[in-house]
Design a protein around this ligand. Structure first.
Ligand code: CP
Length: 317
């Protein structure tokens, strides 16, 4: 297996099966630190730089919290408007990264342009972690999702994952690529204007991913071991920021999961994951059911970023 030391985490296309399990092993080793709400000194000689060109609650703060748990240092920006990349100068990724690489030992980047973290990695001598790029990918989120499934079900093989929502979404791309490494069947349910691109469908086929498409969650939910959700009331992920309008819309029932639907149609053991934030596609009454695993992900998201930071900084092999 390739070493993670110094490696960029850009796409789950780059991950081989055993590498997923190695990351999960490191999560298990480091989880007690977070569980005990303690910090270690594993990364006390290292600095994380967070470069967020798009809003985030979970990804940025989970990554920063992870570095604090590892005893490292953290700096960065969460509003690129206050940097030269976001003002009059519109400073390029190349020029920005030529600066940032001297300010930290690993850079966690979120950007509204698909491919921006990969562009940064071309110019950076320190690892780049893609924290979501436009519609592109969201590897750290989906690694957290997969770790949660593995923890909860004990396996990533022989499972049926029902993906509901916007198939242009970066999480859906990352989960599709990851599925190529496991015995996983995917069912995709989405509105017409949020269908998988032809390119994404072709990539899934080239990678022998087993997937089918359906029109209504109510017709297929009974097959699912895992229900994986994204909103269909969505901002434009190619913009640095998208303000809500009053008529932003509501989610039709064919893309919605409710406690009633889970009670009447889902398997007793089915689990629900959502990368969050949610709109009305996942009703709050699911929170109080045994199916909810999306809050556990808040903890797992910190542990996953601890593992990735420790691996790419060479603190564990
Ligand atoms: N899941 C996720 O990416 O959330 P944030 O946008 O809050 O980081």
């Amino acid at each position: 297996m390739r070493s993670f030391n110094g490696r960029d985490i850009l796409s789950l296309k780059d991950f081989e099966r055993m590498e997923f399990f190695r990351v999960f092993e490191v999560c298990e080793e480091l989880a007690p630190i977070a569980k005990n709400r303690s910090n270690t000194d594993m990364c006390s000689d290292k600095t994380l730089l967070t470069a967020f060109y798009q809003p985030s609650t979970r990804t940025r703060m989970a990554t920063e919290a992870a570095m604090h748990r590892l005893g490292g240092h953290v700096l960065g920006f969460s509003d690129a408007k206050m940097t030269r990349a976001g003002d009059f100068y519109q400073e390029s990724i190349k020029d920005t990264v030529h600066m940032l690489e001297y300010y930290g030992d690993v850079i966690a980047m979120r950007h509204f342009q698909q491919g921006a973290p990969a562009e940064a990695a071309k110019w950076s001598s320190v690892p780049i972690i893609n924290c979501g790029d436009g519609w592109g990918e969201h590897p750290t989120q989906v690694l957290t999702d997969l770790y949660t499934i593995w923890n909860e079900l004990g396996t990533l093989d022989g499972i049926h994952v029902l993906c509901i929502g916007d198939m242009r979404m970066r999480t859906m791309h990352s989960i599709g690529y990851a599925a190529s490494q496991f015995d996983m069947d995917l069912t995709l349910v989405y509105p017409d204007n949020m269908s998988p691109t032809d390119e994404f469908r072709a990539e899934l086929n080239e990678r022998n991913v087993s997937f089918r498409e359906a029109e209504d969650v109510r017709d297929v939910i009974q097959d699912a071991d895992v229900i994986y959700m994204e909103p269909v009331v969505q901002p434009d992920y190619t913009k640095p920021r998208d303000e809500a309008t009053e008529d932003k819309g509501v989610t039709p029932p064919q893309y919605q999961v409710t406690a009633k639907l889970m009670r009447e149609k889902a398997q007793q053991s089915a689990i629900v994951l959502h990368s969050l934030p949610r709109m009305d596609e996942l009703t709050v009454d699911v929170d109080g059911t045994r199916h909810n695993r999306y809050w556990i992900e808040a903890f797992n998201g910190v542990v996953m970023r601890m593992a990735l930071l420790a691996l790419v900084l060479g603190k564990v092999e």
